[in-house]
Design a protein around this ligand. Structure first.
Ligand code: PGA
Length: 241
């Protein structure tokens, strides 16, 4: 794993953008994208670069990690909405080339199979990831098998609490979500995982130096051929780099 320590969030976002820009040299790149607060700085830089330098996303395909079950794409807490408002509607990507699980799918097994087929047809050049304070990647909580593919999960109490900040009340946080599985994530050619803040320090330690165990889903990335971690100094506090 390549480790980059950034002095602050701005530098973390800049370093992440440099890596993304390299991937975007291929005008037909397939990007695995993520929601959450950590990638927002990177997305702002992608938008600025599109506006200032004309970097085009017309041939780019984007595949997202996860989506809440039960939320419509138009719901302002859905991850589809997040991606549109923070990135897709601000660049020239064709929305038909953007993929995310359908949170309203009634036949959940069929939806997971449909998504796995999309992932198989679109090998990702890069998969962007955040990391949960408990070491989760996407909604793959501790205990998720490393060979998992797209599935529906019941969110842990910890994740519900972490995500409650985006909702009016904790009761409004959906209890279930569709998520790419860990195998889907590690199938990407390159993985870029971003970690910011002291509350991620323990998880980052497990990611870099801990045992590779399903109890800390991100630890599987130690075995990936091309994984880059960018952590700010608070998140990197325990790894002694
Ligand atoms: P965050 O979420 O970027 O909002 O911290 C990361 C995650 O839980 O995967």
């Amino acid at each position: 794993m390549k480790i980059i320590i950034a002095k602050d969030y701005e530098e973390l976002s800049e370093k992440a953008f440099e890596i993304m820009r390299g991937v975007l040299e291929n005008p037909n790149a397939v990007l695995g994208l993520a929601t959450g607060s950590t990638p927002l700085g990177l997305y702002r830089k992608m938008v600025a670069d599109h506006l200032e330098n004309g970097t085009s996303y017309k041939g780019v395909r984007a595949v997202n990690l996860d989506e809440y079950a039960g939320l419509a794409p138009t719901n302002d807490q859905s991850y589809r909405y997040f991606m549109r408002s923070n990135l897709f509607d601000k660049i020239d990507i064709d929305l038909n080339n953007t993929y995310i699980e359908n949170g309203l799918a009634e036949d959940e097994a069929a939806e997971c199979a449909r998504y796995n087929a999309i992932l198989a047809a679109l090998p990702r050049d890069i998969q962007l990831l955040g990391i949960g304070a408990n070491g989760h990647i996407a909604f793959n909580e501790p205990g998720t098998p490393f060979n998992s593919e797209t599935h529906v999960v019941a969110l842990t109490e910890n994740t519900i609490e972490m995500n409650a900040r985006f909702f009016k009340t904790k009761d409004e946080v959906p209890r279930r979500a569709f998520t790419m599985g860990i195998k889907n994530i590690t199938d990407a050619r390159k993985v870029l995982i971003l970690a910011c803040g002291a509350n991620k320090a323990k998880a980052v330690y497990g990611l870099v130096k801990g045992e590779v165990t399903e109890d800390l889903p991100a630890s599987i990335l130690q075995k990936h051929d091309d994984c880059i971690l960018i952590a700010d100094s608070d998140a990197a506090a325990l790894i002694g780099e």
